[in-house]
Design a binder for this molecule. Structure first.
Ligand code: ADP
Ligand code: MG
Length: 234
């Protein structure tokens, strides 16, 4: 039975999708059977970060009962499986996040690790994955606003009984983080730090995750450390 992680923060643009893509790829490179699920039903962009073109059915079609999990699962980099979303507005309008439950149950039978990327805000897109996950991994930059929004996600997780494992601090540069400030704004431990790295942007433009495209980059090292901290596997 797989372990299910939700990657979450109420703040947009803090690196949730980048983290899901790279953590999934690192774990797959380490020999784990991993699937990443695009739980950001409104703005799905996980496929793009992984070089997957969702030209057949997507998670949205699974949620509306039009297709099976298997036919909406694509092959990503390094043996990673990807369950992408549809970018069509009509697909968003007809899909309901509450239908994720049986999808995740099915994936748990087939994989070692299930990672669910989530959207910004505190809507059902976030709430449902937090409920379904064994562990919640928060993602934040070190800006006050981002830490404050991420704290709200932590509180939501706590309220519904989710197990929050800690926060990945992203886009960190030499002048931050101020550890005391992080601790005062966000009530959980830092599980890994991913530096600001231009290799991430280059990777995104080629649609190959940085851990595969630039394994010697500082961001890739951060993501490998995250994988190790989470699972004990390098
Ligand atoms: P979210 O899913 O939380 O909205 P994304 O993963 O889409 O955030 O990241 C937002 C932007 O930040 C993207 O353009 C991404 O390339 C960039 N980014 C994320 N992490 C880093 C990093 N460590 N260094 C540089 N740019 C980054
Ligand atoms: Mg995202």
């Amino acid at each position: 039975m797989a372990r299910v992680y939700a990657i979450a923060s109420a703040k947009g643009g803090v690196g949730k999708t980048t983290t899901t893509a790279n953590l999934g790829t690192v774990l797959s490179m380490a020999g784990q059977d991993v699937v990443v699920v695009d739980g950001d039903l409104g703005m799905p962009n996980l496929a793009g970060a992984l070089g997957v073109d969702p030209d057949r059915e997507t998670l949205h079609d699974v949620l509306t009962g039009e297709t099976t999990v298997e036919s909406a699962t694509y092959e990503g980099p390094e043996g990673l499986s990807v369950l992408p979303g549809s970018t069509a507005l009509e697909a968003f309008a007809s899909a309901n996040a509450k239908e994720l439950h049986p999808v995740i149950e099915e994936l748990k039978e087939r994989y070692d690790i299930v990672l669910i990327d989530t959207g910004a805000g505190l809507s059902d897109d976030t709430f449902v994955p937090l409920k379904l996950a064994d562990e919640v991994l928060l993602v934040s930059t070190t800006e006050r606003e981002a830490l404050g929004d991420t704290e709200k996600t932590r509180q939501l997780g706590e309220r519904i009984g989710a197990d929050v494992v800690g926060v990945v601090l992203t886009r960190v540069n030499q002048s931050n983080p101020n550890a005391d400030e992080v601790a005062s704004l966000l009530d959980t431990g830092v599980i890994a730090v991913v530096p600001e790295d231009s290799a991430i942007r280059e990777a995104l433009s080629t649609q190959v995750p940085v851990v595969a495209r630039a394994p010697n980059s500082i961001a890739a090292a951060g993501y490998r450390a995250l994988a190790e901290a989470l699972t004990g596997n390098p």
